[in-house]
Design a protein around this ligand. Structure first.
Ligand SMILES: NC(=O)c1ccc[n+]([C@@H]2O[C@H](COP(=O)([O-])OP(=O)(O)OC[C@H]3O[C@@H](n4cnc5c(N)ncnc54)[C@H](O)[C@@H]3O)[C@@H](O)[C@H]2O)c1
Length: 296
């Protein structure tokens, strides 16, 4: 494998592009938005600068990595020569189905089609393509260049060969791949989201305040970040959407999103990205402090 197309240059897409490029792959980074592409490349450059400053890589490594990345706004051109396509566009079922129909049409017959979705069924995405055995979930964690885990999700029809190839490839990126099956929330979010939801429920029931709940989990359970702060960091809209996927998928009330979470999303309080969630990120300094703490 030499050419990897990454669709979406946002939070996850630029991290995925960075990781492949740093491992020597040629990356075609694709986004509908020229602005998102510029911002994505700028983020990669800033993150590489940080690595140079920490003497993890050299200035020459930084230049080589950036030279491995080409950007495209035209999906057809971007995926044409890719051996692997990793879709990391906005989490929306209709959008992902549309993208997969297109990439199925314009990519090489031999290409593997992966998605970084947090919650959408791999089997459902694969079903709109002519080669469902070549579709797989490659769920990277945020921030991608730092986090070790890649959850590899086998759709109902994903072949053994494709799974083996993607497991091996993830190791060449310096990651630890874990193979799981395609059921709502996979493993990571099936375990994480009920914990975040329960923390919100604990707040909603007036058992304790935001700082108290986060402190209990940080100091008592050795979590690097409190659950409410983590929910802010992930995005409360994203948490709500993943909980709804599990609630609908399992028809089980234990995944029902807390009414406080629903209300906060309705009110536009989405966490770090909107400037307010369980914490106030209106002063830039405070938000910066939190993301640095996470990146340590
Ligand atoms: N943010 C996280 O912590 C996280 C973690 C794991 C997985 N994910 C998953 O990764 C995916 C991307 O999430 P994100 O947080 O990077 O989102 P984001 O909003 O930061 O970026 C999404 C990008 O997709 C682009 N896009 C939208 N439609 C497109 C199209 N048709 N073609 C090409 N690009 C298009 C947008 O312009 C945007 O730049 C989602 O499926 C999400 O569930 C996110």
């Amino acid at each position: 494998m030499k050419n990897v197309a990454v669709i979406g240059a946002g939070t996850m897409g630029n991290g995925i592009a960075h990781t492949f490029a740093q491992s020597g792959f040629n990356v075609q980074l694709i986004d509908v938005s020229e602005h998102a592409l510029k911002k994505g490349i700028q983020t990669i450059a800033t993150n590489l600068d940080r690595m140079v400053a920490k003497e993890k890589i050299t200035e020459a490594d930084k230049t080589t990595t950036l030279n491995h990345i080409e950007s495209f706004t035209d999906l057809k051109k971007g995926v044409a020569k890719a051996d692997l396509i990793v879709e990391a566009a906005t989490e929306n079922l209709e959008l992902k189905l549309k993208i997969f129909k297109e990439i199925d049409q314009f990519s090489l017959e031999s290409a593997i089609l992966a998605t970084n979705t947090s919650s959408i069924s791999i089997t459902q995405i694969a079903a709109v393509t002519a080669k469902p055995e070549r579709v797989i979930g490659m769920h990277f964690m945020n921030p991608v260049p730092i986090m070790k885990l890649v959850e590899i999700i086998r759709g109902y029809n994903t072949s053994d060969d494709v799974t083996k190839t993607i497991m091996a490839l993830s190791k060449t990126l310096g990651k630890e791949p874990v193979e799981v099956n395609d059921y709502p929330g996979f493993v990571a979010n099936r375990i994480l989201m009920p914990m975040l939801n329960e923390s919100i429920e604990t707040l909603y029931n007036g058992v304790a305040g935001v700082h108290e709940i986060d402190t209990v989990m940080k100091l008592g359970m050795a979590h690097p970040m409190g659950p409410l702060q983590l929910a802010d960091f992930i995005g409360l809209d994203v948490c709500l959407s993943i909980l709804n996927v599990m609630y609908d998928g399992f028809k089980n009330p234990k995944y029902a999103p807390c009414p406080l979470l629903v209300n906060m999303v309705r009110a536009g309080k989405l966490g770090v990205k909107s400037g307010e969630g369980f914490y106030d990120y209106s002063e830039n300094k405070k938000a910066e402090k939190i993301s640095k703490q996470f990146l340590k």
